[in-house]
Write a protein that binds this ligand. Structure first.
Ligand SMILES: Cc1ncc(COP(=O)(O)O)c(C=O)c1O
Length: 386
């Protein structure tokens, strides 16, 4: 037994400026306190500013938790044993109602969803084709599957079609997998075209809307809602840990697939159910998110303003959502720029490979609806001076 390999690997990670640490932080609205200093927080996925809304929180506790004599702190078992409390039914029924779908299935996290669905549904006779920039959780799920795997260049749907032309007839089932809003680039998949392709080549379409839930669509149900395409997509995945300010995740799918996943998906079968508290809070928040169009509109306008200002002062950016990347390139340069902004009260962290492709280290500004134009102008001034 030797620990040499681990020590050497950590030393190499440090040498590459890729060493990661866990930070102890205290959050308050759009601000964050770290090591005694206050910052404006541009590194949170709390897109609608819900997570530290004290009034909402008190309202929730008073009306939903404190007077509930049957309340328990945990579900203490897998959903398939005794963990499936009534709160799951309430939440899944609500999701089914707002998505006008056949059904919905709730999971412990987006990671559980993405590592579980594809391996459960595919065999070696199938093919998974995924966008090259999908989230690590999807990559892990694809790896766990027995299916053949091919990746297409980011958002290159011509290449996707080329792959389908040569491969479709060789496989029983084909799954096209993408995110709708890409987590590190903030750009969007062309869902209209993907639906067209899915129909033309008779495939399943799996879309991870983790970063679009709460921010896109009239009711905040995601980009598929905004485009009127919910019913055309076989698997819509959403998470509760970002704009919904809770924990857990869900898939919108057919009853057949729901039943199949309950029977075959390891990451729902072999894990303890979510606690009632999370399920009740998620339901409570979802009911409010459907009415937050004003916040969504402000968030999108502010993000567009920020993106155009970044470009106008000569920095590289991308996308069209409230995730605004500033692409730096080298790790060391990216760290230096992040340090400079942190010294000036902006909480922003460098995002480096392997989270993003080599040579594309970046600052990922994540805007929330509580932010104001003056705060964006402050960052632009700092960048100009840099
Ligand atoms: C696109 C995407 N899918 C899935 C996840 C995982 O979701 P969760 O944090 O609920 O595990 C994330 C982020 O964490 C994500 O960005």
């Amino acid at each position: 037994m030797s620990t040499k390999r681990y020590e050497e690997t950590l030393a190499k990670i440090k040498e590459n400026n890729s060493y990661r640490i866990l930070r102890n932080t205290v959050k308050s609205g759009k601000n964050i306190n770290f090591e005694g200093k206050n910052y404006l927080n541009f590194s949170s996925n709390d897109y609608l500013g819900i997570s530290s809304d004290i009034e909402l929180w008190n309202n929730f506790l008073q009306n939903n938790i404190l007077n509930d004599t049957s309340f328990t702190g945990s579900n203490c078992s897998s959903r398939l044993l005794t963990g499936n409390s009534e709160h799951y039914l309430v939440l899944e029924n609500y999701l089914t109602e707002i998505y006008k779908s056949e059904t919905a299935l709730v999971f412990n996290s987006g990671y559980h969803v993405n590592i579980g669905i594809l391996p459960a549904l595919t065999t070696k006779n199938d093919l998974i084709i995924d966008d090259k920039l999908v989230h690590a959780s999807i990559i892990d799920g694809v790896r766990l599957s027995e299916a053949k795997k091919i990746r297409y260049k980011h958002n290159d749907l011509d290449q996707l079609e080329e792959i389908l032309k040569t491969e479709r007839h060789l496989h029983e089932n084909v799954f096209i997998v993408t995110e709708s809003v890409f987590s590190m680039d903030g750009d969007l998949a062309d869902i209209n075209k993907l639906v067209e392709i899915k129909k033309k080549y008779d495939t399943f379409l799996y879309i991870d809307e983790a970063h679009a839930i709460g921010t896109y669509g009239k009711k905040g149900l995601g980009l598929a809602e905004e485009l009127g395409l919910i019913s055309e997509i076989d698997f819509i995945v959403g998470t509760f840990g970002k704009a919904v300010a809770s924990q857990g995740a869900f898939v919108i799918c057919s009853s057949l697939f729901k039943n199949y996943l309950i029977n075959k998906m390891r990451s729902i079968i072999f894990t303890t159910a979510l606690p009632p508290f999370s399920l009740i809070w998620t339901h409570f928040i979802l009911q409010r998110i459907t009415n937050m169009s004003k916040q969504r509109a402000h968030l999108m306008k502010l993000s567009e303003y920020f993106r155009s200002k970044i470009s106008s002062i000569g920095f590289e950016t991308n996308g069209s959502s409230n995730i605004v990347p500033l692409i730096v390139g080298e790790n060391a340069k990216c760290i230096k720029l992040a340090d400079y902004l942190q010294e000036n009260g902006i909480f922003i962290l460098p995002v480096r490979p392997p989270t993003v492709p080599d040579g594309t280290a970046r600052l990922r500004f994540s805007l929330t609806s509580q932010m104001e134009y003056s705060e964006i102008d402050k960052i632009i001034d700092l960048l100009k001076k840099y």
